[in-house]
Design a protein around this ligand. Structure first.
Ligand code: BGC
Length: 974
């Protein structure tokens, strides 16, 4: 593509507010000779007119407020209303950061940056996969009839709060393409009434149950469809969980790519079985909340997650591959930069990895305001911008909308690219059967994200006066989904310690156990308890607090913890607290219950008030969430791994005071991720620990099922619980303070996160990845390894495309198509595709990014939806018998870990990686054979030189099967 210097000015104009940030980001990606000076960069940013002040508070309405004042001072842990003082502080900080920025920049000149994203252009067109061929054929017919404005409408959100859902594009009315309604999020329908608050992703991961993963997705989608939603903004498989304190890890399924991949894919399949489009997010490496996006943290730029190619493939992009293979309709690119190029403008990620290598056939949507350039993102492979506004929230100044019309008319974005964007979106709509008006009546959602009132306006984000209409119809879509919610919560509860205590019965203990216990206490203390079994329930986390929805977006930790906070949370229709369930279910004729529902631990200070208790159930928790809001010292990411609200202290005090130290203690934890348990786990009377993750609305009921043994616990940890945060290694630490104007986070630990790190460095975790006890015991026998195909180093050749992408006329449309039709009622700030005038548009040879005219070779790892089909072929099957050799029925979670052959090459491999799991229900004495299919991808590593997945052909692969990553009792080789 020719570079025409004289056209430069026009291009700048044509893509107004193509931000300097993205210029930098994109260039950093494909222009290693960039002569950008860090200080110059700051100046240009400062001059940007549309920037939202970091201290400006954006509080649009009763619901859905985003607080954009979580400035750096709040990051530093001070309570600060975003105020003028902050600005002064920021000035000083600015100077410091500039100096650091210059330093970092100079350093970067000396040392090559960690991780690179070379240019990858042009965007591969959708329509190559047989599985989407019919939908593309239909889409092509529809798109060929669309005007320029209609095409732009389909790609661009109408602006924050311009529709009833959190995201809406605009329709192509004349051809019958509706406005799409996009809604969060991964655990239920955000901002909606009468829905189900399912357990969070991390709890789903802890079930290790594929059927439940699917069922939860399906139920979620039924609710979405019935509420008028086309696209669900979930599931979430990024963050992966590199840092155990990362604020949003709980939205995903656990700190392992294989587990995330299976859970994500099953959820996608469940959601899409109902015709609702799923969105897999956030692509990619949005591992922490601090500095995730510009201005939210007082910095002009988002953090850059710097990742090497192999790690990107084997860890962070891996679960996205599963979702693409499962047919996901949409991928949301993330806020952060990857290798110093914004994820939503990173051509290597979107064009190269996602669309070529993984053969993604749906559309890429930006996270909300994650787009930082107009032309740049279009060329890099973004297909839909959300919520449509430009560089600032609710400013109505889109980087696309009219600017995309302009860019197509003047030739700075090829019409072909626009056609591909639209075709991908329309094809996804057909692919999910949303053209069926019976299933998807072309109506607005039956609820408003922005008000609880029955009536309101359709576009509350616009200051233009509008008529009041019914916006909330209060349709109940819950059906019997509470059953699934409860099952997931119960199966996602992990029993971590149990010294002959659980289960107890609703009568407390059986007569025999009670007598034995009282005898023992009498022998030890000379005192004997009489009458009812005396149980104490402790902790704010056991109770309702001020109600589950007391804080907006669940952005505080009070009462029992059912979910984390942010866009991944919903309005709880109800939340059964543990105390409510236990109160109801304990047999009052046999059990005397005392409640201490705060964390002050003001009991037992010498008054002996707990001396009579025989069993104490103590609850504690740890919360976190999305970085747009903070609670106490938790600015999205947790500041440490400790229990919050004085939880450790409470447990220690309960343990020492319960029955004067003779009472049995059960600890129950609700948490967004790993917490440290060292303060009390070895205390002798702490007999049991239940890790209930984030259980959603059915919390108390699910817990009671487990405590009383109606359900035998079968949850296993989807992450490692270390003894200290340091145990997770340097890569496990959140970057809390910026190390430059563009904070840089090098993922130097590579593949070694979570258990892979613990295994490599031989660190004894407190509870290892995959661990979970049961009320019964299991054993394994008879492992059989059955080869299915011959080992070969490389996959079969990339197949030729099964279908041809649609082709359209390349004639640039008439400028008239982009002119504002006079009859349209214009809402202020609403994003339209139209221009007031096209007089200044000049068609020209505009500069394209470096590398645009040097199409890289197509990836040998690609060729179909999900990549080269051979990567998904089974190469070996491992069968193993699982036997329940304990006293009661229960479900085992056999896990298969692979050890790569020892090679003479330099290739370094983790000690073991998860490559299979199942969940099998077994009666006592029963045996079942579990079958693990291992695909070529499962057996390969990413070779950065070959740029392909490579299988090791010399030396044996070892497959070990067991009940956790460190309890592997049987193994076989191939
Ligand atoms: C979050 C996304 C979410 C979007 C829309 C963003 O802040 O990162 O996960 O889908 O908002 O609410």
């Amino acid at each position: 593509m020719a570079h025409d210097e004289s056209a430069q000015g026009l291009l700048k104009e044509s893509s107004t507010r193509r931000s300097s940030s993205s210029d930098r980001g994109d260039n950093a990606a494909f222009d290693s000779d960039s002569d950008l000076d860090a200080t110059d960069y700051i100046d240009r940013e400062a001059a940007r007119p549309t920037r939202r002040s970091p201290t400006a508070s954006f509080e649009p309405n009763t619901k859905g407020k985003k607080r954009w004042c979580s400035c750096l001072f709040t990051t530093l842990g001070r309570r600060s209303k975003c105020c003028i003082g902050v600005l002064a502080g920021m000035g000083i900080l600015w100077v410091l950061l500039t100096a650091t920025g210059v330093f970092v920049y100079r350093k970067a000149q000396e040392e090559p940056p960690y991780g690179q994203s070379p240019p990858w252009y042009p965007t591969p067109k959708g329509g190559i996969a047989a599985s989407w061929a019919d939908s593309y054929a239909k889409a092509s017919k529809m798109v060929s009839k669309m005007t320029l404005a209609e095409k732009v409408n389909v790609t661009t959100g109408t602006g924050w709060e311009m529709g009833l859902a959190v995201g809406t594009n605009a329709p192509a009315i004349h051809v019958g393409f509706p406005q799409l309604q996009l809604q969060d999020g991964p655990l239920g329908i955000r901002f909606a009434d009468n829905i189900t608050a399912f357990p969070a992703g991390i709890t789903v991961g802890a079930t290790w149950n594929r059927q439940l993963m699917y069922a939860r997705g399906k139920a979620h989608a039924i609710e979405a469809r019935q509420k008028g939603i086309n696209v669900l903004l979930g599931p979430c498989v990024g963050p992966l969980g590199r840092m155990p304190a990362g604020g949003r890890n709980w939205e995903g399924f656990g700190a392992d790519p294989y587990l995330q991949g299976i859970a994500g894919a099953e959820t996608v399949k469940g959601i899409q079985s109902e015709g609702v489009m799923a969105t897999i997010k956030h692509f990619v490496a949005n591992e922490q909340e601090h500095f995730r996006q510009p201005w939210e943290w007082g910095l002009p730029h988002a953090i850059s997650s710097n990742i090497d190619d192999r790690t990107l493939h084997e860890l962070y992009a891996w679960p996205f591959g599963d979702a693409v293979k499962a047919g996901v309709a949409s991928v949301m690119c993330s806020y952060n930069q990857v290798n110093n190029s914004y994820a939503c403008g990173n051509s290597k990620l979107l064009n190269g990895i996602l669309k070529d290598e993984l053969g993604f056939q749906g559309f890429v949507m930006s996270d909300w305001l994650a787009q930082h350039s107009g032309v740049g993102t279009a060329l890099a492979g973004l297909d839909m911008t959300m919520p449509g506004d430009g560089l600032g929230w609710a400013d109505g100044k889109s980087l696309w909308g009219p600017e995309l019309s302009r860019a197509v008319l003047n030739g700075s974005v090829p019409l072909e690219r626009l056609n591909d964007m639209v075709t991908r979106i329309v094809a996804a709509w057909y692919q999910l059967g949303q053209d069926d008006e019976k299933k998807f009546p072309r109506k607005q959602p039956s609820f408003s994200s922005w008000t609880d009132e029955e009536k309101g306006v359709m576009s509350p984000g616009s200051p233009t006066e509008q008529e009041q209409v019914v916006v909330n119809q209060f349709v109940n879509v819950q059906a019997n989904h509470s059953v699934i919610a409860r099952e997931v919560a119960a199966e996602g509860t992990v029993l971590l310690k149990n010294e002959d205590l659980l289960p107890i019965s609703r009568q407390g203990l059986s007569d025999e156990r009670l007598r034995a216990r009282r005898d023992a206490v009498e022998r030890a203390t000379g005192k004997r308890s009489e009458g009812k079994f005396k149980v104490g329930i402790f902790g704010e986390d056991a109770g309702p607090g001020n109600g589950p929805n007391a804080c907006k977006d669940r952005g505080c930790n009070q009462g029992t913890l059912g979910s984390g906070w942010g866009s991944g949370a919903v309005e709880f229709p109800y939340l059964v607290s543990p105390v409510e369930a236990l109160r109801k279910q304990f047999d009052k004729s046999k059990v005397e219950l005392s409640e201490f529902l705060d964390n002050k631990a003001s009991f037992g200070k010498g008054d002996g008030s707990l001396n009579d208790l025989e069993l104490c159930i103590v609850f504690a928790n740890a919360d976190a969430g999305e970085g747009f809001t903070k609670w106490a010292d938790v600015s999205g990411d947790r500041p440490d791994l400790r229990l919050q609200n004085n939880g450790d202290d409470l447990i220690v005090k309960v343990a020492s005071s319960c029955g004067g130290g003779t009472g049995d203690v059960v600890v129950v934890i609700h948490a967004v991720g790993p917490v440290l348990v060292e303060d009390w786990i070895d205390t002798p009377n702490v007999k049991a620990l239940l890790f209930a993750n984030l259980p959603g609305q059915e919390s108390g009921n699910a817990l009671a099922e487990i405590l009383f043994g109606d359900t035998n616990p079968s949850g296993h940890l989807p992450f490692t619980i270390g003894r200290t945060l340091e145990d997770y290694g340097a890569g496990g630490k959140v970057l809390y303070l910026p190390n430059g104007v563009v904070p840089q986070q090098d993922f130097k630990e590579g593949l070694y996160i979570d258990y892979r790190h613990f295994d490599k460095y031989n660190i004894e975790p407190r509870f290892e990845f995959g661990f979970g006890l049961s009320y019964t015991t299991f054993k394994f026998d008879n492992i059989v390894v059955i080869p299915q195909r011959r080992k070969t180093q490389y996959p079969l050749r990339r197949p030729n495309p099964a279908a041809e992408p649609p082709s359209y006329s390349t004639d640039i449309p008439s400028k008239e198509e982009a002119i504002f039709p006079p009859e349209i009622r214009r809402l202020e700030k609403y994003v339209y595709p139209y221009l007031d005038s096209t007089d200044d548009i000049e068609v020209g040879q505009y500069p394209y990014p470096d590398g645009y005219d040097q199409q890289p070779p197509l990836s040998e790892a690609g060729g179909d939806e999900g990549g080269n089909p051979d990567l998904w072929s089974n190469y070996v099957v491992v069968n193993v018998d699982v036997i329940n050799d304990g006293p009661v029925a229960g479900a085992a979670v056999p896990q298969l870990y692979l050890q790569y052959p020892e090679t003479e090459s330099e290739t370094d491999f983790p000690v073991r990686v998860l490559r299979g799991f199942d969940k099998v229900y077994l009666k006592p004495g029963e045996k079942k054979t579990v079958k693990f299919n291992l695909t070529r991808r499962d057996l390969s590593y990413w070779d950065v030189v070959a740029q392909n997945w490579v299988m090791v052909t010399e030396g044996p692969y070892e497959f070990s099967v067991g009940l956790s990553s460190r309890d592997l009792s049987i193994s076989g080789i191939w």
